[in-house]
Design a protein around this ligand. Structure first.
Ligand code: C5P
Length: 302
């Protein structure tokens, strides 16, 4: 008899802000970022098998189904680490835009780690899964926590914040995948490094409250991402115009792009912004932020 399918949700993130502080010895970049979970999610179904093999299916043509799929690597690494003979079937229904700066692949990997840990009763928890998550990618450890969190080092040193954000979010998917590594390479090619900013630290410590705090938050990857995808530049300027007109509290590119987002305190304004963006021909999605607790409960409520 086969084990039953376990259904879970794999949530996306946005980066409320992202500062690049320099290049590290390992070639990665030293970052300071504010991660935020949103309720946009992929649907995952997992089934433990006796085959010892890990297989994945996905309904999205751009997602690889071989061993380069991060969810497959996550399952293999964990089964090997725990010295378990089982295998796993993974079925992914993609809703998070691919290569959009929303962490879809990293989220899928972390969700597989957390679910296998529970199903196989390994008792590792987020602390015990940390090292495996780090090896899979810089964003993966964040997804073991979720909510509003500060990310340091490669973005893989994660500190959930006491102040958990609640806001309405409008995402604009320009349907233009951008490769993260290429954006970082462009950033390196710049002659003048950016001055060290402390906006995120001020924001986190509540020294910069209210509008001033939000205004000081930026994404250092935005310019490089627009250079990597020049056709995005005109789109982004129109998107910013519409979001600002509708009263967005904050707007930025998420990660290395290409998804742009606006944050709103009121649902009515978010609704208005999404409608206006659609009227301009953009694909706009409305969603909400998730706190640490909402994230934890939400993953298991597949
Ligand atoms: O860790 P992950 O595979 O998700 O990162 C994708 C790419 O983004 C890396 O290969 C690297 O080029 C770049 N990156 C970086 N510094 C970071 C995170 C990612 O240079 N802190």
């Amino acid at each position: 008899m086969k084990a039953p399918w376990r259904r879970v949700r794999s949530f996306a993130k946005i980066n409320l802000a992202l500062e690049v502080l320099g290049v590290r010895q390992d070639g990665y970049h030293e970052l300071r970022t504010l991660f935020q979970s949103i309720d946009l999610h992929d649907d995952l179904a997992l089934r433990v098998t006796r085959t010892g093999r890990v297989k994945v299916r996905c309904d999205h043509p751009l997602v690889p189904t071989d061993e380069t799929n991060l969810a497959v690597r996550a399952a293999r690494d964990l089964l090997e680490f725990a010295r378990r003979p089982e295998g796993l079937e993974i079925d992914i229904q993609k809703r998070i835009p691919v290569a959009g700066g929303l962490g879809g692949g990293s989220s899928n990997a972390a969700t597989v780690l957390m679910t296998l840990d529970r199903v196989l009763k390994l008792g590792l928890g987020s602390l015990g899964l940390q090292a495996l998550a780090r090896r899979l990618g810089a964003d993966v450890p964040y997804f073991l926590h979720g909510g509003t969190a500060l990310g340091l080092a490669r973005g893989d040193e994660v500190y959930p914040l006491a102040r958990q954000l609640r806001a309405h979010v409008v995402l604009v998917d320009p349907k233009r995948p951008v490769k993260t590594a290429a954006v970082f390479r462009r950033l390196d090619a710049r002659l003048t490094p950016r001055e060290n900013s402390r906006s995120i630290f001020y924001f986190v410590s509540s020294d910069l409250e209210g509008e001033a705090g939000w205004r000081s938050l930026t994404n250092d990857l935005e310019q490089a991402a627009l250079e990597e995808a020049p056709d995005l530049e005109a789109a982004v300027s129109r998107i910013r115009g519409v979001l600002s007109e509708a009263g967005a509290r904050h707007m930025a590119l998420s990660g290395s792009g290409s998804t742009y987002f606006g944050l709103f305190s009121e649902s009515r304004r978010a609704q208005k912004a999404a409608a206006a963006l659609r009227a301009h021909g953009f694909r706009a999605l409305r969603c909400r932020t998730l706190t640490l607790d909402q994230y934890r409960r939400g993953v298991q409520r597949g």
